[in-house]
Structure formats: structure tokens, C-alpha cells
Design a protein around this ligand. Structure first.
Ligand code: AMP
Ligand code: MN
Ligand code: MN
Ligand code: MN
Length: 283
């Protein structure tokens, strides 16, 4: 079962990816993906399209999202898989989570104007596929367009991360709420790309402990943003905390993402793949 090519983390134009759900599905299928999930940030508006596109491509599908959470002052992403996409509390929770993005974006633009980058709000909006989901990624694309930086990673380093001129601190959902919305909608909550957070060992332990206590059941072990060493490290963490393991590219764009859909290592042995526990949620 774990030799299955599952890609359970990807983004479309419904959040900050550059491809439609249909084009993503075709790309995933062409890359040999057997089981796919579209996991747009704080948004499940693309789920019915993604399921239909997966079916048209002969792939199995799990519903997905990636919820922005603030934990110990740090932004943590929680992937949800296998939930009912019409669950009212989940739909409402996600709407509340993305609600502050517009005001945050305007504030980011004001700060960027002070360092000489003008009209960034309007510029970022031109890259937005979903007006409710303006993100730092859209600003990054605009800053590359105007020549402020060479590529999007450079924009994040110079402008959009803590302490830099275009960074606006934001309070996202609470960990317990995000886990509960996903779980009560019949899905599984998963800690996304754990190596990406700047936590101390104690804070990371607290994240995993509280996540479990709230009913979280999985962790991404193999992702586009983990090195092999990080995958091995979080395979151990999964075993230590009794969590199932997930695998996903976090693909956003052919131009920006270094890991393509389905093109990543298999899960290490001994781990329980999340899709085994979600077998009855696979469509
Ligand atoms: P936001 O939800 O608006 O804070 O934007 C977060 C998104 O920005 C992430 O989901 C990534 O797609 C992107 N991102 C964050 N950090 C980086 C980085 N260092 N380089 C490139 N993209 C990044
Ligand atoms: Mn993103
Ligand atoms: Mn993420
Ligand atoms: Mn992601």
C-alpha cells in the first residue's frame, strides 16, 4: 500500500498556485500519481472541481485543505484530508480564517510603499485567482515582475518574512479549532512540513503534544520542503507520537516549485500511511 504514489499536498489558483484544478489533475496523472489531494490554503472552494478532474484522469482522490494556524506566535500549517467538503462548521471556520487577508494585504502594500515599491496591492491582485485568498505568494510574484527581486524565494528573504519591510504579523486560526473543524467533518488533521517552523525543541514537543490532544492524527514526513535527513527525523517523530505519515509535494507552480507533483521519495517503512486510515474516505 505504501508504494502507492500518493500526492496529498498541492495548490491551485483557488489559493496561491498558478494552475487550475483541472490542469493540476492532468499533470499529477501524467506524473504517475495514483491518489491525489488538492490542499488550497484556508479554502475548499476547489474541491468539487478537483474531485471531478481526478476522476476524469483515473486517479483516486481525497478532499484537502491547508489551514493557517498561529501556535506559540508562529504560523503553522495544518493539512486536512478526507473531510466532507460541504460541512457547515468547516466551511465557516475556513471563511473566518481567511477573513483577515484583505486588510493584511493592504497593510503589506503600505509598508512596501515606504521602501519605494508602489501599488503592490493592485499588483498582487492581478495574480490572485480567488479574491478572498490574497497571499504573500501573490505579492512575491508582483515584486519579481517589477524587478525588485530575481525570484520568489529572494522576495521572501528580503521583504516578506519577519523583520522585513513587507511583513505584517497576523493571527490565524487556533490549533484546536483547525483540528476540530477537520475532524468533526470526518477528516484527518496532519501537521504540514514540520521542518519549516523555527521552533525550539520544547516548542515543537508542545506542538505535537497539543495537536495529538486535540485529536490530530498525522504528520507530513515526505514533502517537497523536507530534505532526506528531515524526512528521517520526522519519521521518528511520527513513531514517537503514534502519528500516521503523509506524503505531498506542496506543488504551487511549474515555474516556482522544485518538487513536481508525485515526484518525491516514498514514505519510509514502518510508518502507517495516512491513506490507510482514510481508506473509507477515498473517492
Ligand atoms: P501567506 O499564507 O499569505 O502567509 O503565504 C504563505 C505562502 O507563501 C506559503 O504557503 C508559500 O506558498 C509561500 N512561501 C512562504 N515562505 C516562502 C519562501 N521562503 N519562499 C517561497 N515561498 C514561500
Ligand atoms: Mn502556498
Ligand atoms: Mn504550507
Ligand atoms: Mn502548501
Amino acid at each position: 500500500m505504501s508504494i502507492l504514489n500518493a500526492d496529498l499536498h498541492s495548490h491551485s489558483v483557488v489559493s496561491d498556485g498558478t494552475l487550475t484544478p483541472e490542469v493540476l489533475a492532468a499533470r499529477a496523472a501524467a506524473n504517475g500519481v495514483d491518489l491525489w489531494a488538492l490542499t488550497d490554503h484556508d479554502e475548499i472552494g476547489g474541491q468539487h472541481r478537483a474531485l471531478a478532474a481526478a476522476k476524469a484522469q483515473g486517479m483516486r482522490y481525497l478532499t484537502g485543505t491547508e489551514i493557517s494556524v498561529t501556535f506559540a506566535g508562529v504560523t503553522v500549517h495544518i493539512v486536512g484530508l478526507g473531510f466532507d467538503p460541504d460541512d457547515a462548521a468547516l466551511v465557516q471556520g475556513l471563511a473566518a480564517t481567511r477573513g483577515g487577508r484583505g486588510a493584511r494585504a493592504m497593510e503589506m502594500a503600505e509598508q512596501l510603499a515606504k521602501v519605494g515599491i508602489h501599488d503592490a496591492y493592485e499588483g498582487a491582485l492581478r495574480y490572485v485567482g480567488n479574491p478572498e485568498l490574497i497571499s504573500r505568494t501573490h505579492f512575491a510574484r508582483f515584486l519579481v515582475e517589477v524587478g525588485a527581486c530575481r525570484d520568489t524565494p529572494e522576495v521572501f528573504r528580503k521583504y516578506l518574512t519577519e523583520g522585513k519591510p513587507g511583513f505584517v504579523p497576523h493571527r490565524w486560526a487556533q490549533l484546536g479549532d483547525a483540528v476540530r473543524w477537520i475532524t468533526e467533518a470526518g477528516g484527518m488533521a496532519i501537521i504540514a512540513h514540520p521542518a519549516r517552523y523555527a521552533f525550539t525543541a520544547n516548542e515543537e514537543w508542545a506542538l505535537f503534544s497539543e495537536f495529538k490532544a486535540h485529536g490530530g492524527r498525522g504528520v507530513e514526513v515526505v514533502t517537497g520542503s523536507h530534505t532526506n535527513a528531515e524526512a528521517i527525523r520526522y519519521a521518528e517523530t511520527a513513531l514517537e507520537f503514534g502519528l500516521a505519515a503523509s506524503r505531498g509535494s506542496d506543488f504551487h507552480s511549474p515555474e516556482e516549485s522544485h518538487t513536481d507533483l508525485g515526484k518525491l521519495p516514498l514514505l519510509p517503512g514502518q510508518l502507517t500511511p495516512v491513506w490507510e486510515l482514510l481508506a473509507d474516505r477515498v473517492r
